[in-house]
Ligand binder design. Structure first.
Ligand SMILES: *Cc1c(COP(=O)(O)O)cnc(C)c1O
Length: 647
């Protein structure tokens, strides 16, 4: 019988990898089964990601590779600001919205500059949370750009901010602790000037989702209401009530439930109204970060999905503030949000090559039964024959149960010395043959819900796809907080992916793997992938990695920063794109020097070692020099693997 090819369309691939759920309209699959990007909103310029990879490799970059679609950053900035403008118009809100970019989400200069340049027409501002971030941001801002500074601030940072205020820059420290306020007042007094400032308020509303502790009374940030009042009274006494310009709260990142945001906005607007009514004319109301990104998959899992979009987020903020200001009879403030993840997550993707595939199951062996076998061998042979002969679910399950039990017995016998290596291999091979046979037949029967044995077998019979990357460097949130990132092949999507796969990385760490995938509308523990043909390029993309991952990533096993290219879409370029910039990742040499191994010293030691063996006559001089050169040359190269194989 000729095996029938299962019909498969691009649409099926699209649904399987759930592009509609997480792609935000930027990602699609073309006729050739390649992943494409449409980075500019409202324009049909489409880029084949595989063309970008080919060009990057041609011009000397290597995999793994980060591709930044700079236009996606701009598209997201515009989209967020337009949604707020729409909400403001619709509500008849008599104030403005300005988005504030928190640079901790991605401090790379090219990312920050892209956000700020696109954001200029929307009066975008910038937020920093540490000394280094402040020092990066200060020279970047124009005279009208709002710069907010959260986080712990020492007198050095406070001084820098006061200096900036003296220079006429719109820099506002947001007081997190009462002692910061006291320091600020002393420093401002020394200058004979009133400091402009904002306050982060500890609200009673608690965030929902993973970062819920960023808000609420137990939060490590912000002033309590009594502290806020004490601060206000101190300012009033000094005749500086006008200095308090901004009220801020932050519920934590990736707010999963919009109702929580609504409640927090109402709470802070009441405080705002009270202050305005007592003559403190706060101008800005800052609702913090937390605007979520849909990473796909399970709608019931708040860590990967959110229950709102940009439009609803904007509406909730605008309408809630307006309603309370109307009720209380106070003018509306300028609205600020510090959305970081929502602006940068989509623009960057990681391309990783598959290096090889390991199958945990042993292949079938057609050997004879080994001599002098104990009865358990004939029992497992019988179980195999039964599994092959039946289509009945009950009998299949029984065969599998038997196989499991016999395998355990075999392990015990082996430990006691009653089973030869041949006999053990024979049992193992039959065990896996039974598993494959049972799973194939159970899957064909399409039972709903599938028996737990089927799910167990699916997990056991999953191929391990070894890929050239480090989970700890490139998607650390997957390891740290089980964040799900969309993963899919970048090509062959016109072919049905027939293998069950788990992606594992280069690190010598059993946690170095991806164990949750976006698959259809659920999260699964394995991902359908295509059969990998050894020596043939098979590239996977990990998407939505533009927020937090790059800077949080670590150097486990000394795997370092990867190469990257910055891409702009342009219709008149071949392939509709051009690579504006190529950045090299860390070389072995650079990585080693971070842990105090220096090339000169390593070279010297290596030379000594080689010379000693030459002198001792162990190797010839030419061979010694070849070995030494090979070592030295590799110090300049990437910390990752090469995909080439020797033949
Ligand atoms: C981290 C942080 C943000 C950014 O949060 P996102 O979830 O990325 O939008 C904004 N404001 C403050 C105070 C933060 O700590």
């Amino acid at each position: 019988m000729i095996e029938q090819q299962t019909p498969w369309s691009i649409r099926d691939a699209h649904d399987l990898y759930a592009l509609d759920v997480w792609g935000d309209g930027f990602f699609s699959i073309n006729e050739q089964g390649h992943v494409c990007v449409k980075p500019i909103e409202g324009q049909d310029i489409t880029i084949d990601v595989n063309d970008v990879v080919a060009e990057a490799l041609d011009s000397g970059s290597s995999l793994p590779l980060i591709i930044r679609f700079q236009d996606i950053i701009s598209s997201r900035v515009r989209r967020l600001n337009r949604k707020f403008r729409d909400a403001i118009t619709e509500a008849g809100y008599e104030g403005q919205y300005r988005s504030i970019f928190p640079i901790k989400v991605n401090q790379l200069q090219e990312v920050v500059v892209e956000v700020m340049e696109t954001g200029r027409e929307y009066d975008i501002g910038i937020e920093c949370g540490s000394k280094a971030e402040l020092m990066a941001a200060l020279p970047l801002i124009g005279a009208d750009t709002l710069l907010l500074c959260n986080g712990v601030k020492d007198h050095v940072m406070l001084t820098m901010m006061l200096n900036a205020q003296q220079l006429g820059q719109q820099v506002i420290p947001i007081i997190e602790k009462y002692s910061e306020f006291e320091q600020l007042m002393i420093l401002a007094g020394q200058r004979d000037a009133a400091a402009r400032l904002g306050v982060r308020v500890k609200l009673n509303t608690r965030g929902a989702g993973r970062w819920y502790e960023s808000g609420g009374a137990r939060s490590k940030f912000g002033l309590t209401v009594p502290e806020l009042l004490r601060l206000v009274k101190t300012l009033e006494k000094a005749g500086q009530a006008g200095s308090l310009e901004l009220l801020h709260f932050h519920l934590g990142s990736q707010i999963s439930d919009i109702q929580v945001l609504r409640s927090a906005v109402k709470e802070i607007t009441q405080i705002y109204a009270d202050l305005v009514l007592r003559g403190v004319n706060v101008r800005f109301l800052d609702v913090g970060g937390g605007l979520g990104v849909n990473y796909g998959g399970d709608y019931d899992n708040p860590d990967s999905s959110i229950n709102y979009g940009l439009r609803e987020y904007a509406n909730v903020v605008v309408y809630a503030v307006q309603e309370i200001c109307e009720e209380r009879g106070v003018p509306v403030p300028t609205l600020l949000s510090e959305s970081g993840r929502a602006l940068t997550a989509h623009h960057s993707m990681l391309v990783i090559p598959v290096l090889g595939v390991h199958r945990p199951d042993s292949p079938p062996m057609n050997d004879e039964t080994p001599p002098d076998s104990p009865t358990l061998i004939s029992r497992i042979e019988t179980a195999y024959q039964e599994a092959c002969a039946t289509e009945v679910t009950g009998i299949l399950l029984e065969c599998y149960h038997d196989a499991r039990e016999i395998r355990e017995e075999a392990d015990q016998l082996m430990r006691l010395g009653y089973l030869t290596l041949d006999q053990l291999a024979h049992t193992d091979s039959l065990y896996w043959s039974i598993c494959r046979e049972v799973l194939r037949k159970l899957s064909d029967a399409q039972l709903t819900p599938p028996p737990t044995e089927q799910l167990e077998l699916e997990e056991q019979l999953t191929d391990l796809y070894l890929c050239d990357f480090s989970v700890f460097h490139s998607i650390i949130d997957h390891w740290a907080i089980q964040q799900v990132f969309p993963v899919m092949p970048l090509h062959r999507l016109n072919e049905k992916p027939e293998r069950r796969a788990q992606v594992v990385d280069l690190t010598c760490d059993s946690d170095g793997k991806i164990d949750q995938y976006v698959c259809g509308h659920a999260n699964t523990s394995w991902l359908p992938l295509h059969k990998h043909n050894h020596g043939e390029a098979y590239h996977l993309g990990i998407f939505l990695v533009g927020a937090y991952q790059e800077i949080l990533g670590d150097a486990h096993n000394l795997l370092g920063r990867v190469d990257e290219v910055h891409v702009y879409a342009r219709e008149d370029e071949s392939g509709n794109f051009w690579i504006e910039e190529t950045l090299k990742g860390l070389s072995v040499k650079e990585m080693l020097s971070q842990v105090q191994y220096f090339p000169n010293d390593l070279d010297r030691r290596m030379t000594e070692l080689v010379r000693k063996q030459i002198n001792a006559g162990v190797i010839k001089a030419a061979e010694g020099s070849r070995i030494l050169n090979n070592y030295t040359r590799r110090l300049e190269e990437s910390t990752y693997c090469t995909t080439e194989v020797v033949r």
